[in-house]
Write a protein that binds this ligand. Sequence first.
Ligand code: PMP
Ligand code: GLN
Length: 414
Amino acid sequence: PARRLEGTEKNIWVELVSLASKYQTVNLGQGFPDFSPPAALKEAFVRAISEEDSGLNQYTRAFGHPPLVKILAEFFGKLFGRYLDPLSNVLVTVGAYQGLFCAFQALVDEGDEVILIEPFFDCYEPMVQMAGGTPVYIPLRPSPAEGHKPASSADWRLDPEELAAKFTKRTKAIVVNTPNNPLGKVFARDELQVIADLCTRHNVLCFSDEVYEWLVYDGGRHTRIATLPGMWERTLTIGSAGKSFSATGWKVGWVMGPDQLLTHLRTVHQNSVYHCPTAAQDAVAYGFQLELERFGEPDSYFVQLREELQRKRDRLLQCLTAVGMRPIAPEGSYFMLADISDFKAEVPAPEDCDQPYDYFFVKWMMEKKHLAAIPVSAFYAPDHKKHFENFIRFCFVKKEETLDAAEEILRSWR
Ligand code: PMP
Ligand code: GLN
């Protein structure tokens, strides 16, 4: 194998997705909805592939299907408060995943450092490494008020001095993910401002992964770091139609930012993927057209999904609390962490256990209880996993029947 693959061979999803199906679990593991995207989008997809001579079964523009980049530019232009040029400020990618990959490949060089905030969506780490860069880690830490009830993702914060000390001459970029996967933390404007100030002071780029941007609960706000002073020029904002429209299998994502950065991502894209599936892009364009007309209204899918998921969050929160798992209420995203320390006596790891406790516990729970979740140490640096092995992540973007089945398992646990 090529040397750049060294240390990136293992992947939590490859391992756990197969176990979840092997043990026929009720699956609150991998983050995807087990219900359909909105009917209007599915119909648009079918139209795209069915109409004679629509051209939508063939290649489209490499950097994004014209109707999609046009509507994305219009839609997000309003949110960023600036004119976006569809052809130069938007790049469509195969999911947010490929958008992230393009960003790291295009802008991170051998010897560059990239700051990752723990817990982080796992793929950032191998993507930095494959680009030849070095990840530098900083944890979100639960505040001293920890233990007060109810626990919230808002309790987890960065220490500004610790963060400042991570910026060096070699720092190329920092990755921000808000709402965060797996914690569900929504970074407040003042927290983002601290990051932004450091980026501008040290001339550092920001890769802002905002795939859960519509899922902020309890009336909270999603702040786009690219809108803070001096940040547009140095920020790439990454989004996902899979997450926005509950269509993760369509794998349509995008990166938005200034042309002088995006031009390099286009180089990576044209030399690897070249273009993304046309029909899926066409249907997503249609979805955004509808969302633009209904923005913030009760019939907006983004509004409806958020409201539905807030109810599901509250339901899972109650249920986990009832069985003694000590959940942390997420302010956003569709994930919830639960502290499993109290289960160590009941479910002890074997003496010679060579994995963090949460891995052991999750595998045990899949096999014995037929319930799947994700060990949270998967979202930490190799050296830090041992210190964060008492949490597991549940995904609640699931049908009521699935949540019923999970609740049944949890309530009859003991
Ligand atoms: N970023 C985060 C934080 C995610 O949770 C996901 C989920 N897969 C992705 C990126 C990738 O999104 P996509 O499915 O659009 O590739
Ligand atoms: N983002 C989803 C999660 O965190 C899916 C991850 C994946 O499939 N790699 O569960």
